[in-house]
Design a protein around this ligand. Sequence first.
Ligand code: AHM
Ligand code: MG
Length: 335
Amino acid sequence: MHTQTTLSQYLSEQQQAGNLNDPGLLAVIEDITRACKVISERVDRGALGGVLGTTDNQNVQGETQAKLDVLSNEILLAMNERSGLIAAMASEEMEGIHPCNKDQHKAAYLLLFDPLDGSSNIEVNNSIGTIFSVLPHPEPGRVPTEQDFLQPGTNQLAAGYVIYGPATILMLTLGQGVHCFTLSRSVGEFVLTRENIRLPETTSEYAINSSYQRFWEPAIQRYIEECLQGEDGPRGRNFNMRWVGAMVADSHRILWRGGVFLYPRDRRQPPKPGKLRLMYEANPMCLLFEQAGGAGTNDTRRILDIQPEKLHQRVGLIMGCKEEVERIVRYYKEQ
Ligand code: AHM
Ligand code: MG
């Protein structure tokens, strides 16, 4: 009989095998994913749950908040505050950090999240998700400041995302590979469904919002143009393109099937270096991609090496199979 391994069992087995020696971190992952199960339940109810539609508020990015953005943020805050392990949290939906006023001595972690990625998909019942990143508190024992969050992505202890799609799935890394868990409604737990995911080496797929083509820089124009030429162009093969409009869904397809996800810096709003945020979107995603054998860059710099200057800093993001990312880096250097 096929026995199912739940996330909790998987984590404790890994710990017993000596692969993970940070029990606090495991408890943090359990709390984050518990919150995601609650969000999944709310998403599932759709229009019947009264969670669709927008609020009258705007977040710090100037975007109108959907009801589900706010609700997911509240769920994540409430469920991660209890353990006392998290010193403070930061989110796409909050301007400043949210310190947790429990026993600060135990609180060794900082948690960042995008509570509901792909908000514009909510109304149309397409995939959406939650993205999270766990950083160490540089000085456990004192109340953290925003400055403490400004650590490069290489410092992340864990990262992952949950997709609320046809099935709710969790993609998780604790720095030792990427593993996929599927939420079993009958068991009420995330169950391991694929271990050690590796990005395929060769690729013929890409994801980009091409309606911004006229604003792209020459490196991106060149890359996409060559893909579009297919067999008749320098790449010598045909490419396929998809754009769901939720990074979790678009990059998940790439992580699964190979390819490259692009939300590059463009010339739409020159002071803004891209749309996506470094700390709770690009960093966790790039850790997952690197752990799966891929790569992530802004143009010529590895995303995980970027020293953040601001909590809500934006960044151009290109991630996927190493070869493709390296090719785009080369095009940026040559542009
Ligand atoms: P959100 O976190 O406010 O939902 O915004 C991020 C989303 C990404 O999931 C997605 O890749 C991108 O915005 C889509 O943007 P666009 O509508 O410009 O294609
Ligand atoms: Mg997002």
